[in-house]
Design a binder for this molecule. Structure first.
Ligand SMILES: Cc1cc2nc3c(=O)[nH]c(=O)nc-3n(C[C@H](O)[C@H](O)[C@H](O)COP(=O)(O)O)c2cc1C
Length: 237
């Protein structure tokens, strides 16, 4: 099938619908018990991230689906999702970097509530973080930007992320322009439109697949009254 072949229901389906319905794996015995978890869910998250990073089957263990809220042209409020890379996690927040003028950057300015989803399917695990995002301090962004490879630094200057692009050639010409302005080996300043967002969680859910769809779901919710600062609960799968 060539790319310009019109889609039609008559064309053979590469994976028939019955086959999709039949797709399921049975999940393992290894469970998740409240008593075995760290009292700070961000520390617990870091343990799981380390395990995912060591798992040879998982690519980009720090990739997460970031969901934001947008007000579309009709004035409707709607969700929007895309993948970004987690670049830092400490006892307080999750940090990623992006273009502040991108769609996601504008959406966070409109409404800072976000969700982060880490899909570690090969480990029968998922973590969902809900919280709110704020820009990180300029010196934090500068320090991270300086650590990036030169090509990525130039790419950040060249990309007007999420804006309509007339052609690939336009992007490559912009890249060339900035590559000449900041030659390899020189110190490339952080673009004013680029930086980090830190997400302070309100809740963090750990999901572990179990047999017969009796999965474990442990959720930590922010609770200022509790000594750990978190209340721990369990959800039906
Ligand atoms: C594995 C992967 C990692 C990505 N990491 C980032 C990232 O860290 N920051 C970023 O701005 N975009 C990243 N992207 C691209 C985004 O998914 C998205 O296309 C881009 O940020 C524009 O999103 P927006 O138009 O919704 O703002 C990544 C994409 C993939 C597939």
């Amino acid at each position: 099938m060539t790319l310009d072949t019109p889609m039609s229901s008559e064309l053979p389906n590469p994976l028939d619908r019955d086959a999709i319905r039949q797709m399921r794996r049975s999940y393992g015995e290894a469970g998740l018990h409240e008593s075995a978890l760290h009292t700070n869910p961000l520390e617990q998250f870091s343990r799981w991230l380390a395990e995912a990073a060591l798992n040879p089957v998982i690519v980009e263990a720090n990739a997460m689906v970031l969901s934001t809220i947008e007000a579309n042209q009709n004035g409707d409020i709607a969700p929007a999702s895309r993948t970004v890379l987690l670049k830092d996690v400490d006892g307080e927040c999750f940090t990623f970097y992006t273009n502040y003028q991108s769609a996601k950057g504008r959406q966070i300015r409109f409404n800072p509530h976000v969700a982060l989803l880490f899909p570690w399917y090969a480990m029968e695990r998922q973590v969902i973080v809900k919280g709110s995002a704020v820009k990180v301090a300029q010196e934090v962004t500068d320090q991270y930007f300086a650590s990036r490879p030169w090509g990525s630094q130039i790419g950040a200057w060249a990309s007007s992320q999420s804006d309509e692009l007339a052609s690939r050639e336009v992007l490559e010409a912009r890249y060339q322009e900035f590559a000449e302005r900041y030659p390899e080996g020189s110190s490339v300043p952080t673009p004013p439109h680029w930086g980090g967002f830190a997400v302070t969680p309100r809740s963090i859910e750990f999901w572990q697949g179990r047999y017969s769809r009796l999965h474990d779901r442990i959720i930590f919710s922010r609770d200022e009254q509790s000594p750990s600062g978190w209340e721990i609960g369990r959800l039906y799968p």
